[in-house]
Design a protein around this ligand. Structure first.
Ligand SMILES: *[C@@H]1O[C@H](CO)[C@@H](O)[C@H](O)[C@H]1NC(C)=O
Length: 398
Protein backbone atom coordinates (compact mmCIF):
# COMPACT_ATOMS: atom_id res chain seq x y z
CA UNK A 1 0.00 0.00 0.00
CA UNK A 2 2.80 2.41 0.85
CA UNK A 3 5.33 3.17 -1.79
CA UNK A 4 8.71 3.72 -0.29
CA UNK A 5 10.37 6.74 -1.80
CA UNK A 6 14.07 7.30 -2.06
CA UNK A 7 15.73 9.15 0.76
CA UNK A 8 15.23 12.52 -0.94
CA UNK A 9 12.32 13.31 1.36
CA UNK A 10 14.45 12.70 4.37
CA UNK A 11 17.24 14.87 3.01
CA UNK A 12 14.68 17.61 2.52
CA UNK A 13 13.96 17.67 6.22
CA UNK A 14 17.59 18.16 7.01
CA UNK A 15 17.91 20.77 4.31
CA UNK A 16 14.91 22.73 5.38
CA UNK A 17 16.38 22.99 8.85
CA UNK A 18 19.65 24.12 7.30
CA UNK A 19 17.74 26.66 5.32
CA UNK A 20 16.63 28.40 8.48
CA UNK A 21 20.02 28.14 10.10
CA UNK A 22 21.82 29.50 7.04
CA UNK A 23 19.46 32.41 6.68
CA UNK A 24 20.18 33.56 10.17
CA UNK A 25 23.54 34.71 8.85
CA UNK A 26 22.23 36.75 5.99
CA UNK A 27 20.89 40.19 6.63
CA UNK A 28 19.37 40.35 3.16
CA UNK A 29 16.28 38.22 3.52
CA UNK A 30 15.49 35.92 0.70
CA UNK A 31 12.10 36.22 -0.89
CA UNK A 32 10.19 32.99 -1.14
CA UNK A 33 7.87 32.61 -4.01
CA UNK A 34 4.51 33.08 -2.49
CA UNK A 35 1.69 31.12 -3.88
CA UNK A 36 -1.38 28.99 -3.91
CA UNK A 37 -3.20 29.01 -0.66
CA UNK A 38 -5.86 26.37 -0.51
CA UNK A 39 -8.47 28.66 0.93
CA UNK A 40 -12.02 29.04 -0.26
CA UNK A 41 -11.26 32.65 -0.96
CA UNK A 42 -8.69 31.73 -3.47
CA UNK A 43 -11.10 29.47 -5.22
CA UNK A 44 -13.63 32.24 -5.38
CA UNK A 45 -10.98 34.13 -7.19
CA UNK A 46 -9.92 31.86 -9.96
CA UNK A 47 -9.92 33.14 -13.44
CA UNK A 48 -13.62 33.66 -13.61
CA UNK A 49 -14.14 34.95 -10.16
CA UNK A 50 -15.88 38.13 -11.21
CA UNK A 51 -18.66 36.38 -13.00
CA UNK A 52 -18.84 33.66 -10.39
CA UNK A 53 -19.56 36.07 -7.60
CA UNK A 54 -21.80 38.30 -9.66
CA UNK A 55 -23.95 35.53 -10.99
CA UNK A 56 -24.70 34.19 -7.57
CA UNK A 57 -25.36 37.34 -5.61
CA UNK A 58 -28.71 39.07 -5.91
CA UNK A 59 -27.77 42.23 -4.18
CA UNK A 60 -24.59 43.07 -2.45
CA UNK A 61 -23.14 41.63 0.72
CA UNK A 62 -24.45 38.38 2.09
CA UNK A 63 -23.90 36.44 5.24
CA UNK A 64 -24.61 32.84 6.00
CA UNK A 65 -26.28 33.15 9.37
CA UNK A 66 -29.53 34.47 10.73
CA UNK A 67 -29.49 37.86 12.47
CA UNK A 68 -29.81 36.48 15.99
CA UNK A 69 -27.03 33.95 15.76
CA UNK A 70 -24.94 36.48 13.90
CA UNK A 71 -24.92 38.83 16.87
CA UNK A 72 -23.75 36.06 19.20
CA UNK A 73 -21.19 34.79 16.80
CA UNK A 74 -19.89 38.26 16.27
CA UNK A 75 -19.21 38.95 19.89
CA UNK A 76 -17.43 35.64 20.40
CA UNK A 77 -15.51 36.16 17.17
CA UNK A 78 -14.51 39.64 18.29
CA UNK A 79 -13.05 38.26 21.51
CA UNK A 80 -11.03 35.53 19.88
CA UNK A 81 -9.70 38.03 17.38
CA UNK A 82 -8.73 40.48 20.12
CA UNK A 83 -6.88 37.76 22.05
CA UNK A 84 -5.09 36.61 18.92
CA UNK A 85 -4.01 40.15 18.04
CA UNK A 86 -2.70 40.74 21.57
CA UNK A 87 -0.74 37.51 21.31
CA UNK A 88 0.70 38.44 17.92
CA UNK A 89 1.77 41.82 19.23
CA UNK A 90 3.90 40.26 21.95
CA UNK A 91 6.33 39.13 19.27
CA UNK A 92 8.97 41.75 18.38
CA UNK A 93 8.60 41.14 14.62
CA UNK A 94 4.83 41.65 14.55
CA UNK A 95 3.41 44.79 13.02
CA UNK A 96 -0.30 45.48 12.65
CA UNK A 97 -1.22 48.77 11.05
CA UNK A 98 -3.42 50.74 13.45
CA UNK A 99 -5.79 51.41 10.55
CA UNK A 100 -6.38 47.67 10.07
CA UNK A 101 -9.73 46.38 11.39
CA UNK A 102 -11.52 43.04 11.33
CA UNK A 103 -15.17 43.43 10.41
CA UNK A 104 -17.91 41.37 8.74
CA UNK A 105 -16.81 41.00 5.12
CA UNK A 106 -18.70 42.13 2.08
CA UNK A 107 -18.43 38.53 0.87
CA UNK A 108 -19.79 36.94 4.05
CA UNK A 109 -17.87 35.82 7.12
CA UNK A 110 -15.10 38.13 8.30
CA UNK A 111 -12.53 40.18 6.49
CA UNK A 112 -9.95 42.93 6.98
CA UNK A 113 -10.69 46.61 6.39
CA UNK A 114 -9.07 50.00 6.34
CA UNK A 115 -10.83 51.48 9.37
CA UNK A 116 -13.25 54.34 9.03
CA UNK A 117 -11.98 56.88 11.57
CA UNK A 118 -12.84 60.53 12.22
CA UNK A 119 -9.44 61.44 10.76
CA UNK A 120 -10.32 59.56 7.58
CA UNK A 121 -6.83 58.13 7.30
CA UNK A 122 -6.21 56.12 4.17
CA UNK A 123 -3.55 53.51 3.54
CA UNK A 124 -0.93 54.70 1.08
CA UNK A 125 0.45 52.62 -1.73
CA UNK A 126 3.19 50.33 -0.35
CA UNK A 127 2.19 51.01 3.24
CA UNK A 128 2.69 47.93 5.40
CA UNK A 129 -0.61 46.52 6.64
CA UNK A 130 0.80 43.69 8.69
CA UNK A 131 3.94 41.74 9.36
CA UNK A 132 3.41 38.28 10.85
CA UNK A 133 6.41 36.42 12.27
CA UNK A 134 6.81 32.98 10.77
CA UNK A 135 7.45 31.70 14.28
CA UNK A 136 3.75 32.31 15.07
CA UNK A 137 2.50 30.55 11.93
CA UNK A 138 1.73 26.85 11.95
CA UNK A 139 4.36 25.30 9.71
CA UNK A 140 5.91 21.98 8.79
CA UNK A 141 8.68 22.75 11.26
CA UNK A 142 6.18 22.72 14.13
CA UNK A 143 5.06 19.21 13.24
CA UNK A 144 8.46 17.83 12.28
CA UNK A 145 10.23 19.19 15.36
CA UNK A 146 7.49 18.28 17.82
CA UNK A 147 9.21 16.68 20.83
CA UNK A 148 6.65 13.85 21.08
CA UNK A 149 5.02 13.43 17.67
CA UNK A 150 7.84 14.74 15.47
CA UNK A 151 9.06 11.23 14.64
CA UNK A 152 5.63 10.23 13.35
CA UNK A 153 5.27 13.42 11.32
CA UNK A 154 8.73 12.91 9.81
CA UNK A 155 7.72 9.43 8.69
CA UNK A 156 4.50 10.80 7.22
CA UNK A 157 6.59 13.25 5.23
CA UNK A 158 9.27 10.75 4.31
CA UNK A 159 6.77 8.28 2.87
CA UNK A 160 4.68 11.08 1.41
CA UNK A 161 1.52 9.41 2.65
CA UNK A 162 -1.71 10.66 1.05
CA UNK A 163 -2.46 14.25 2.06
CA UNK A 164 0.82 14.42 3.93
CA UNK A 165 1.08 18.22 3.76
CA UNK A 166 -2.35 18.68 5.30
CA UNK A 167 -1.59 15.89 7.76
CA UNK A 168 1.42 17.75 9.07
CA UNK A 169 -0.28 21.09 9.53
CA UNK A 170 -3.79 19.98 10.47
CA UNK A 171 -2.59 16.95 12.43
CA UNK A 172 -0.23 19.03 14.50
CA UNK A 173 -2.83 21.77 15.06
CA UNK A 174 -5.35 19.13 16.19
CA UNK A 175 -2.81 17.63 18.57
CA UNK A 176 -2.04 21.02 20.14
CA UNK A 177 -5.72 21.83 20.46
CA UNK A 178 -6.44 18.47 22.13
CA UNK A 179 -3.52 18.88 24.52
CA UNK A 180 -4.85 22.25 25.59
CA UNK A 181 -8.33 20.86 26.08
CA UNK A 182 -7.60 17.53 27.69
CA UNK A 183 -4.85 18.77 29.97
CA UNK A 184 -5.97 22.07 31.38
CA UNK A 185 -2.61 22.67 33.09
CA UNK A 186 -0.85 22.36 29.73
CA UNK A 187 -2.81 25.18 28.12
CA UNK A 188 -0.22 27.81 28.97
CA UNK A 189 2.44 25.70 27.26
CA UNK A 190 0.58 25.62 23.95
CA UNK A 191 2.35 28.32 22.02
CA UNK A 192 -0.30 28.88 19.34
CA UNK A 193 -3.29 28.69 21.66
CA UNK A 194 -4.56 32.24 21.00
CA UNK A 195 -4.46 31.48 17.26
CA UNK A 196 -5.88 27.98 17.62
CA UNK A 197 -8.85 29.18 19.59
CA UNK A 198 -9.71 31.72 16.88
CA UNK A 199 -10.38 28.77 14.55
CA UNK A 200 -13.74 26.94 14.66
CA UNK A 201 -13.37 23.51 16.29
CA UNK A 202 -16.95 22.35 16.42
CA UNK A 203 -19.79 22.24 13.99
CA UNK A 204 -21.68 25.52 14.06
CA UNK A 205 -18.99 27.29 16.06
CA UNK A 206 -18.10 30.62 14.45
CA UNK A 207 -20.60 29.86 11.70
CA UNK A 208 -18.76 26.71 10.72
CA UNK A 209 -20.37 24.14 8.44
CA UNK A 210 -18.58 21.32 6.70
CA UNK A 211 -19.44 17.84 5.43
CA UNK A 212 -16.57 16.63 7.57
CA UNK A 213 -18.83 17.21 10.58
CA UNK A 214 -21.85 15.41 9.16
CA UNK A 215 -22.94 11.92 10.14
CA UNK A 216 -23.08 9.22 7.51
CA UNK A 217 -26.88 9.38 7.74
CA UNK A 218 -26.94 13.10 7.05
CA UNK A 219 -24.71 12.65 4.05
CA UNK A 220 -26.99 9.94 2.65
CA UNK A 221 -30.20 11.80 3.37
CA UNK A 222 -29.15 15.31 2.37
CA UNK A 223 -26.57 14.73 -0.31
CA UNK A 224 -27.72 11.40 -1.77
CA UNK A 225 -28.47 11.81 -5.48
CA UNK A 226 -26.85 15.25 -5.62
CA UNK A 227 -23.80 16.28 -7.60
CA UNK A 228 -21.97 16.81 -4.31
CA UNK A 229 -22.31 13.25 -3.04
CA UNK A 230 -19.20 11.64 -4.54
CA UNK A 231 -16.94 14.53 -3.72
CA UNK A 232 -18.25 14.73 -0.17
CA UNK A 233 -17.56 11.02 0.32
CA UNK A 234 -14.07 11.42 -1.12
CA UNK A 235 -13.22 14.31 1.21
CA UNK A 236 -14.65 12.40 4.17
CA UNK A 237 -12.76 9.25 3.31
CA UNK A 238 -9.48 11.13 3.00
CA UNK A 239 -9.97 12.71 6.39
CA UNK A 240 -11.11 9.44 7.97
CA UNK A 241 -7.91 7.83 6.77
CA UNK A 242 -5.88 10.73 8.06
CA UNK A 243 -7.65 10.50 11.42
CA UNK A 244 -6.91 6.81 11.71
CA UNK A 245 -3.27 7.39 10.87
CA UNK A 246 -2.95 10.15 13.47
CA UNK A 247 -4.74 8.02 16.05
CA UNK A 248 -2.56 4.97 15.38
CA UNK A 249 0.79 6.64 14.95
CA UNK A 250 0.99 10.16 16.31
CA UNK A 251 -1.67 11.54 18.63
CA UNK A 252 -3.00 8.26 20.04
CA UNK A 253 0.38 6.98 21.27
CA UNK A 254 1.10 10.37 22.86
CA UNK A 255 -2.14 10.35 24.83
CA UNK A 256 -1.70 6.74 25.90
CA UNK A 257 1.78 7.61 27.11
CA UNK A 258 0.30 10.43 29.16
CA UNK A 259 -2.03 7.84 30.73
CA UNK A 260 -5.32 8.56 28.97
CA UNK A 261 -7.69 5.77 27.98
CA UNK A 262 -8.83 5.73 24.34
CA UNK A 263 -12.39 6.37 25.56
CA UNK A 264 -11.20 9.68 26.99
CA UNK A 265 -9.90 11.07 23.74
CA UNK A 266 -11.19 9.09 20.75
CA UNK A 267 -14.30 11.15 20.02
CA UNK A 268 -12.49 14.41 20.68
CA UNK A 269 -9.68 13.34 18.39
CA UNK A 270 -12.07 12.60 15.52
CA UNK A 271 -13.80 15.92 15.90
CA UNK A 272 -10.58 17.89 16.30
CA UNK A 273 -8.92 16.32 13.25
CA UNK A 274 -12.04 16.93 11.13
CA UNK A 275 -12.14 20.57 12.26
CA UNK A 276 -8.42 21.04 11.71
CA UNK A 277 -8.73 19.65 8.19
CA UNK A 278 -11.73 21.87 7.49
CA UNK A 279 -9.68 24.87 8.62
CA UNK A 280 -6.51 23.83 6.82
CA UNK A 281 -8.48 23.24 3.63
CA UNK A 282 -10.09 26.63 3.82
CA UNK A 283 -7.35 28.84 5.22
CA UNK A 284 -3.90 27.39 4.78
CA UNK A 285 -1.36 28.77 2.32
CA UNK A 286 1.10 26.89 0.29
CA UNK A 287 4.46 28.28 -0.43
CA UNK A 288 7.06 27.31 -2.95
CA UNK A 289 10.42 27.15 -1.31
CA UNK A 290 13.75 26.71 -3.02
CA UNK A 291 15.57 23.91 -1.30
CA UNK A 292 19.21 23.23 -1.87
CA UNK A 293 19.86 19.51 -2.02
CA UNK A 294 23.01 17.91 -0.69
CA UNK A 295 24.40 17.52 -4.21
CA UNK A 296 24.09 21.27 -4.72
CA UNK A 297 21.04 21.16 -6.99
CA UNK A 298 18.03 23.28 -6.16
CA UNK A 299 14.53 21.90 -5.99
CA UNK A 300 11.24 23.65 -5.49
CA UNK A 301 9.32 22.22 -2.56
CA UNK A 302 5.77 23.07 -1.65
CA UNK A 303 5.11 23.78 1.98
CA UNK A 304 1.78 24.33 3.64
CA UNK A 305 1.39 26.84 6.43
CA UNK A 306 -1.32 28.61 8.39
CA UNK A 307 -0.76 32.34 8.90
CA UNK A 308 -2.64 33.99 11.77
CA UNK A 309 -4.56 37.18 10.97
CA UNK A 310 -3.58 37.20 7.29
CA UNK A 311 -5.82 34.17 6.81
CA UNK A 312 -8.85 36.25 7.76
CA UNK A 313 -8.63 38.32 4.58
CA UNK A 314 -10.88 37.51 1.67
CA UNK A 315 -9.62 36.93 -1.81
CA UNK A 316 -10.00 39.13 -4.84
CA UNK A 317 -8.64 38.64 -8.29
CA UNK A 318 -7.94 42.37 -8.36
CA UNK A 319 -6.55 42.78 -4.89
CA UNK A 320 -5.51 45.98 -3.22
CA UNK A 321 -2.57 44.28 -1.47
CA UNK A 322 0.57 42.26 -2.06
CA UNK A 323 1.93 39.45 0.09
CA UNK A 324 5.68 38.96 0.43
CA UNK A 325 6.99 36.02 2.35
CA UNK A 326 10.44 35.93 3.88
CA UNK A 327 12.23 33.42 6.01
CA UNK A 328 11.33 35.10 9.28
CA UNK A 329 8.08 36.85 8.51
CA UNK A 330 5.26 37.39 6.04
CA UNK A 331 4.36 40.92 5.01
CA UNK A 332 1.14 42.32 3.60
CA UNK A 333 1.43 45.70 1.85
CA UNK A 334 -1.05 48.03 0.18
CA UNK A 335 -0.72 47.68 -3.58
CA UNK A 336 -2.51 50.96 -4.11
CA UNK A 337 -4.22 53.56 -1.99
CA UNK A 338 -6.88 51.95 0.22
CA UNK A 339 -9.65 54.25 1.34
CA UNK A 340 -11.18 54.34 4.82
CA UNK A 341 -13.96 51.78 5.01
CA UNK A 342 -12.62 49.82 2.07
CA UNK A 343 -12.24 46.05 2.46
CA UNK A 344 -8.73 44.66 2.17
CA UNK A 345 -8.34 41.75 -0.21
CA UNK A 346 -5.38 39.79 -1.27
CA UNK A 347 -4.80 37.53 -4.16
CA UNK A 348 -3.68 33.99 -4.05
CA UNK A 349 -2.01 32.50 -7.03
CA UNK A 350 -4.38 30.77 -9.38
CA UNK A 351 -4.57 27.04 -9.49
CA UNK A 352 -4.36 25.09 -12.69
CA UNK A 353 -7.92 23.96 -12.85
CA UNK A 354 -10.14 26.73 -14.03
CA UNK A 355 -13.37 26.18 -12.33
CA UNK A 356 -14.87 25.00 -9.12
CA UNK A 357 -18.58 24.24 -9.26
CA UNK A 358 -20.74 25.48 -6.39
CA UNK A 359 -21.36 22.03 -4.93
CA UNK A 360 -17.62 21.44 -4.74
CA UNK A 361 -17.22 24.74 -3.01
CA UNK A 362 -19.49 23.31 -0.38
CA UNK A 363 -17.84 19.92 -0.07
CA UNK A 364 -14.40 21.46 0.24
CA UNK A 365 -15.03 24.73 2.04
CA UNK A 366 -18.37 24.37 3.74
CA UNK A 367 -20.40 27.01 1.92
CA UNK A 368 -21.46 28.31 -1.45
CA UNK A 369 -20.28 31.90 -1.90
CA UNK A 370 -22.91 34.58 -2.00
CA UNK A 371 -25.84 32.23 -1.62
CA UNK A 372 -27.92 33.22 1.38
CA UNK A 373 -30.00 30.07 1.76
CA UNK A 374 -28.37 27.51 4.05
CA UNK A 375 -27.01 24.58 2.06
CA UNK A 376 -29.17 22.05 3.89
CA UNK A 377 -32.23 23.92 2.61
CA UNK A 378 -30.84 24.17 -0.90
CA UNK A 379 -30.48 20.41 -0.81
CA UNK A 380 -33.98 19.88 0.55
CA UNK A 381 -35.54 21.92 -2.20
CA UNK A 382 -33.34 20.17 -4.80
CA UNK A 383 -31.64 23.38 -5.87
CA UNK A 384 -30.17 23.22 -9.39
CA UNK A 385 -26.86 24.31 -7.83
CA UNK A 386 -26.64 20.81 -6.37
CA UNK A 387 -28.66 18.81 -8.87
CA UNK A 388 -28.31 20.25 -12.35
CA UNK A 389 -24.88 20.84 -13.74
CA UNK A 390 -26.23 22.63 -16.80
CA UNK A 391 -27.82 25.26 -14.57
CA UNK A 392 -24.51 26.86 -13.69
CA UNK A 393 -22.08 25.71 -16.35
CA UNK A 394 -22.95 28.80 -18.38
CA UNK A 395 -21.55 30.96 -15.57
CA UNK A 396 -18.13 29.57 -16.24
CA UNK A 397 -18.25 29.96 -19.97
CA UNK A 398 -17.24 26.41 -20.81
C1 LIG B 1 -8.81 5.18 2.75
O1 LIG B 1 -8.25 3.96 3.12
C2 LIG B 1 -8.86 2.82 2.52
C3 LIG B 1 -8.26 1.58 3.15
O2 LIG B 1 -6.88 1.60 3.10
C4 LIG B 1 -8.68 2.88 1.03
O3 LIG B 1 -9.29 1.79 0.39
C5 LIG B 1 -9.30 4.18 0.51
O4 LIG B 1 -9.05 4.31 -0.87
C6 LIG B 1 -8.72 5.38 1.25
N1 LIG B 1 -9.45 6.57 0.84
C7 LIG B 1 -8.87 7.54 0.14
C8 LIG B 1 -9.74 8.66 -0.29
O5 LIG B 1 -7.70 7.55 -0.13
Amino acid sequence: MIMKLPTAAWITIAISCLRFAADAFTSQLRLHQCSVPTTHNQLAGKKRKGSFLDEFSDDGPTTKSTPTTKANLRSSQDNVHTDMIEWLKQHPLTYINPKFKILPSELGGYGGFCAQTPENMLMQQNEMIMCIPRELCITFEDALNDPKCGGAFRLIQEYQLPDWRLLLVAGWAAKEYLMANLLEDKKSEIKHWPYLKSIPWKRGELDQEHVLFWTEDEVETSLGGSLAYDDAQLVRSRVQNATKLLDDRAIGPLFREIGLEPAQYTDGLKEAVAAAFASALSRSFSEEVEVEMLDGSVEIEKETLMIPLLDILQHSNEPNTLVETYDDYIILKAKRTILPGEEIYHRYQEEDDDVIPPYKFFTRYGFVPNVKTPVVELLKEKSPLFFDESSYSQFYGS
